[in-house]
Ligand binder design. Structure first.
Ligand code: KG4
Ligand code: ZN
Length: 334
C-alpha cells in the first residue's frame, strides 16, 4: 500500500510518500519546506502568514515528493486534522481534498500528537515496543504524558496547564535575545557550560503528586532573573550561557522526573519520546540513562509528513475506514 501524507499544522509544509507491506515500511520521500527564516523576523509563528506560505509551498513540495517517490499510484491520502493552527490545518485539508479528487484516493485524518508518538516506528521495528508504554510528547504546542496499554490506544495521564515545554524554550530565548526557534538556540548555548547562575531556577510542579506540567512560571522566573541583572551582565556571553544551561536543566529535570513517576506507577516497559523538543541532546541523554527509551532520530522529531503517513498506515492496517470529508480541529485530543 502506498500512502501520501500532508502536514501543515504549524510552520512546516511537508509531504511524504510511504510504501508499506506488512511490517515492511519504507519512506519513499519526505519533503519539508521550513518557514523558520520568515517567522524568525517576528520571533514566533504568525498563523495567517504561515497559511499564506503553506498555500505558496504546497504545489512545489508535492511535485518534489511525488518525483522522489517515482510517481507511484497512491491508495490513501493522510492529512493532519489537528491539533494545530486552524488556518494552517485548513490549507492542508483543502489541498488534500482537491488532490483526493484528482487521484481518486480516499482521505485519512491524522492526529498530530499521535503522529509524533508513532514517528518512533519510521526507523525502528514495532517489536521494540514493549507494553505498557509511557509516551512523553514535547513540542512547541504540547507537553503530554500518555499511557499506551495497547498499541494505538491512548490515555492522557497529564499535560501542561499553561505553556508547552517548546514554548518555554522559545519564550526564554526571546527574553535572552537568542531568536526563533528558541529550543535549538538555547541547546547550542548550553553546550559545555561550566559556570552556573547564582540562583537556581524553579522546577515547576516537580513535587506534586500528578503528571501535569506548568512552564509559564518558569518563564516568569527567567524574566525576573534576567531583568535584575545590570546591562553589562545581561550582555555577557558567560552569563547567557550559564542561563541557557540552567533553563535547559530545569526543563529536562521536570520532564524526566514526571516521566519516571508515570513509569513507576504504571509499570511501563518502554518510554516513547516524541515532538520537536525530543531533538534536545540533553533530554535524549537523560532519557537513555533513565529508561528503556525509544526516540526518533532528530529529523523525525520536528514536524514532518512521514510521521503522518506511518500513523495512517498503522490505522489502515488495523482495518479502520478512510473518510470522504475531513474538518480541521485546532484542539483535537488523543
Ligand atoms: O514538533 P514541533 O516541530 O512543532 C510543534 O508541533 O509544535 O516542535 C517545535 C518546538 C519548538 O518550540 C522548538 O523550539 C523546539 O521544538 N525544539 C527544541 C529543539 N529543537 C526544536 N527544543 C529544545 N531543544 C532542541 N534541540
Ligand atoms: Zn509537531
Amino acid at each position: 500500500m502506498k500512502i501520501l501524507a500532508i502536514e501543515t499544522s504549524c510552520d512546516d509544509t511537508s509531504i511524504a510518500v510511504l510504501e508499506g507491506r506488512g511490517d515492511k515500511i519504507k519512506i519513499l520521500s519526505n519533503i519539508i519546506s521550513s518557514q523558520v527564516q520568515l517567522h524568525a523576523q517576528y520571533g514566533g509563528v504568525y498563523p495567517f502568514l504561515a497559511r499564506r506560505e503553506h498555500e505558496k509551498n504546497l504545489p512545489a513540495v508535492l511535485k518534489k515528493a511525488a518525483k522522489q517517490a517515482k510517481n507511484p499510484k497512491i491508495e490513501a491520502i493522510a492529512i493532519t486534522k489537528g491539533p494545530g493552527l486552524e488556518p494552517c490545518l485548513w490549507t492542508g485539508i483543502n489541498f488534500a481534498k482537491t488532490l483526493a479528487k484528482e487521484l481518486q484516493a480516499p482521505l485519512f485524518p491524522i492526529n498530530h500528537v499521535e503522529a509524533h508518538i508513532l514517528a518512533n516506528f519510521i526507523e525502528k521495528k514495532l517489536a521494540s515496543l514493549k507494553l505498557p508504554a509511557v509516551c512523553l510528547i514535547v513540542s512547541g504546542g504540547h507537553t503530554q504524558l500518555v499511557l499506551m496499554e495497547k498499541f494505538l490506544n491512548y490515555k492522557i495521564l497529564g499535560e501542561t496547564r499553561d505553556d508547552a515545554a517548546g514554548e518555554c524554550f522559545d519564550k526564554a530565548a526571546r527574553i535572552l535575545g537568542l531568536g526563533y526557534p528558541g529550543g535549538p538556540a538555547i541547546a547550542k548555548m548550553a553546550k559545555n557550560v561550566r559556570g552556573r547562575i547564582s540562583n537556581k531556577l524553579p522546577r515547576p510542579m516537580i513535587n506534586q503528586k500528578n503528571y501535569d506540567f506548568s512552564f509559564s512560571g518558569l518563564k516568569t522566573a527567567i524574566l525576573y532573573e534576567f531583568k535584575k541583572q545590570p546591562p553589562e551582565i545581561q550582555k555577557s556571553p558567560e552569563y547567557i550561557k550559564a542561563m541557557c544551561a540552567e533553563i535547559q536543566r530545569a526543563i529536562v529535570e521536570v520532564l524526566v522526573f514526571k516521566t519516571a513517576k508515570a513509569v513507576k506507577d504504571y509499570g511501563a516497559k518502554t518510554v516513547i519520546l516524541g515532538g520537536g523538543v525530543a531533538s534536545n541532546d540533553e533530554l535524549r541523554k537523560q532519557f537513555k540513562k533513565s529508561f528503556n527509551a525509544l526516540m526518533p532520530s532528530k529529523k523525525f522529531c520536528t514536524d514532518n509528513a512521514a510521521m503522518a503517513a506511518i500513523t495512517a498506515y498503522f490505522h489502515l492496517q488495523k482495518g479502520e475506514k478512510t473518510s470522504k470529508d475531513v474538518e480541521a480541529k485546532a484542539d483535537l485530543t488523543l
